[in-house]
Design a binder for this molecule. Structure first.
Ligand code: 9D3
Length: 257
């Protein structure tokens, strides 16, 4: 995969991109990430990337010319998803990360100021993404979040055995508690079942813990999680009345269709 990132703050990126999984994925040749300074495509002495909004109202807007010039130089005729990070975008989730991870190439435009000229959205951008309902200072941190979530899904990116498909948000439930040594810390014991070596009992205990934690903290996730009849019965006993995920009935709830 190749990822290009357009920003007026390229210095924000190297530390994140050169650490841990993102670094290893690049070293292994799984992804090539290029960060570009949008100012390199300005033509005026002051390298201006923003201007005042038509109609007034204050704040500044990113000018279209440098953005178009940069994207056209980087992509040529190639058809590549051009993703604008913006508070008005579709809220990013794991399914979107999985879809982006299937692409050969991605280009991210990091918004700054009050936003970008609408002609960029209309004639250049193919997707708009937000990372959640809170206000950031710009699209850079959001781009790093999306890149991290996507790159770790590339085959070979994770150093450990556990498949990305088993991750909490891919099973649709939150994970339960984890423990490591020592078996007793300040008098607090690791649950006996985890030390029993009984793999089937461990798996059953973990699934129940996941279910409990999801019911308590994120009951909204239960509507989209594949659950057994037994698990639905248990949830019902806890007072959860649904809704439940159904492959056929709830196709409209999914974002992968
Ligand atoms: C005055 C209205 N503001 C919208 C809530 C203006 C505004 C605030 C912050 C416009 C842009 C920004 C900068 N944020 C991003 O560029 C951004 C963002 C975010 O703020 N939250 C979540 N995801 C994203 S992706 C890009």
């Amino acid at each position: 995969m190749r990822i290009d990132i357009l920003t007026i703050f390229p210095d924000m990126f190297p530390c994140v991109l050169n650490t841990s999984i993102l670094k290893r994925a690049q070293d292994k040749g799984l992804v090539e990430i290029h960060v570009w300074n949008l100012r390199d495509w300005t033509t005026d002495k002051h390298q201006t990337t923003d201007d005042t909004p038509y109609g007034g109202g204050g704040g500044m807007i990113m000018k279209p010319e440098p953005i178009f010039a940069a994207v056209e130089t980087l992509l040529g005729e190639e058809k590549v998803p051009v993703i604008l990070l913006t508070p008005q975008g579709r809220v990013f989730n794991q399914e979107m990360a999985q879809a982006l991870a299937q692409q050969e190439r991605l280009l991210f435009i990091c918004g700054r100021y009050e936003g970008v000229d609408e002609r960029v959205r209309e004639h250049l951008v193919t997707e708009e993404i937000s990372i959640g309902d809170y206000v950031l200072s710009g699209g850079e941190l959001a781009a790093m979040v999306v890149v991290d979530a996507v790159v770790r899904l590339l085959p070979g990116a994770l150093g450990y055995e556990r498949a990305a498909a088993e991750d909490s948000h891919a099973t649709g439930l939150l994970e339960g508690p984890h423990y490591t040594r020592p078996p007793v810390f300040r008098g607090w014991e690791v649950p006996e079942v985890l030390r029993s070596g009984h793999h089937a009992r461990v798996a059953q205990w973990r699934r129940l813990q996941s279910l409990k934690r999801t019911l308590e903290r994120r009951p909204d996730l239960l509507a989209r999680a594949p659950l057994t009849q037994e698990e639905k019965q248990w949830l019902r006993e806890q007072g959860y009345e649904g809704p439940y995920y159904d492959e056929n009935e709830n196709a409209d709830l999914r974002t992968d269709n």
